[in-house]
Design a protein around this ligand. Sequence first.
Ligand SMILES: [Ca+2]
Length: 260
Amino acid sequence: MNKEQKQRKRNFLEWLFEEVDEDEKDSDKEGEYEIEISLGQIIAIIVITLLFVFWIIFSYTKNPGVGWGKISFSPQGYIEQKIEKNYFQDETCLINSNFSDGLKHWATSDGGSVFPDSKSKAILEKKDFYSAPYALKIKTIAPANRYFYIKKDKSDVINNPYNYLETDHWLGILPGVKVRGSFWYKGDIVMLALEGLTHDGNWQQIKAFTGPKTDVWSKLEIKTEIPEICRAVALSITINQAKDMPLPEVLIDDVELFIE
Ligand SMILES: [Ca+2]
């Protein structure tokens, strides 16, 4: 290698190292970049996160057991969590079964999502009762009309009384036990029914009995054994209009549901 060649090689190496230095400087510059987030962006992220959390909570509380709830709850899991094992262990009788505390613990499915066209009036009758001071008077407006005992300490409307997701009226019960349901009534034809909720969330009618029209206080009663498949029961009172008859009206009092 002559002197000229050596100089050319030196020049090339100097150029090469200069290029490498420039690249390193550039990469160093890139490493110094910082992600800048403005206050507005931080607030927007917080708001979006809160909205997302509220949406999850709202969608779950509005319709628990489906959607997001379905991820963690099967019908059976939901029922096990929401309905007590045996309502009749703690409660020996239905609360406010004689209507002395008004309409608390009583609900109707009239106007709910399953029976939107049903309409009736529930009135406390002070002059004609089986036990003082009140009876429940049901005046039908658009029959059929259905009333249910609920655990909640208020009167309410049940959207879908056959759905396991609505648990206020489903009373946990042990299979195989013998139960007796009854009430006193006066007026038009009325039906007393014991509805059953199965372990997998389906509905079935365990037993029903219809009482005839009566002008004196009469007792309507059903006795039955709870099928093995049933996990909970609900007591329902139904009033329907007989063909070519005026709108029915019934007085109800002293509703009972007992384990025998
Ligand atoms: Ca009463």
